[in-house]
Design a protein around this ligand. Structure first.
Ligand code: ZN
Length: 140
């Protein structure tokens, strides 16, 4: 499809402007229909992406709210608690150094916290955080 090309100002206008122009002023009815269909498909995709994003963010917020202070680890029949942010722990029974985080190889909720912890080290962040914590306390 060539609906996004053909105008003199290709380099300055966003592609959607060209598509709209093509949908309205396309040389043939087929050109106009193709551009209109592409616009409709793009908007539908945008709506689906937006809906998925909202679901992901909602689920992420729920996970953060429910994040425990410690997590349960089992090794050689013994169970113990560790910080959810520790990558390794020592088994109290066999003293083995065991990996307790990052086992899946995929980003996890703990990685979200780490990103926030890293953000907290930005210059000026502590004043913003303190103000926001106060606002959250006031809302309770
Ligand atoms: Zn053990």
């Amino acid at each position: 499809m060539d609906a996004s090309r053909g105008s003199q100002d290709d380099l300055t206008d966003p592609p959607i402007i060209h598509l709209i122009r093509q949908a309205v002023q396309g040389k043939t009815k087929a050109d106009r229909q193709r551009a209109s269909r592409f616009i409709a498909e793009t908007l539908a995709t945008h709506d689906r992406v937006k809906a998925v994003r909202e679901k992901v963010v909602t689920a992420l917020l729920q996970e953060i709210r429910e994040m425990p202070i410690s997590k349960h680890v089992s090794h050689c029949g013994k169970s113990f608690q560790v910080s959810p942010f520790e990558y390794y722990a020592t088994c109290p029974k066999c003293q083995e150094h065991i990996k307790v985080r990052g086992i899946s190889g995929h980003p996890d909720i703990e990685d979200v916290f780490d990103a926030v912890f890293a953000w907290l080290h930005k210059p000026g962040a502590s004043a913003i955080v303190e103000r926001r914590r106060q606002q959250l306390n006031d809302d309770l």
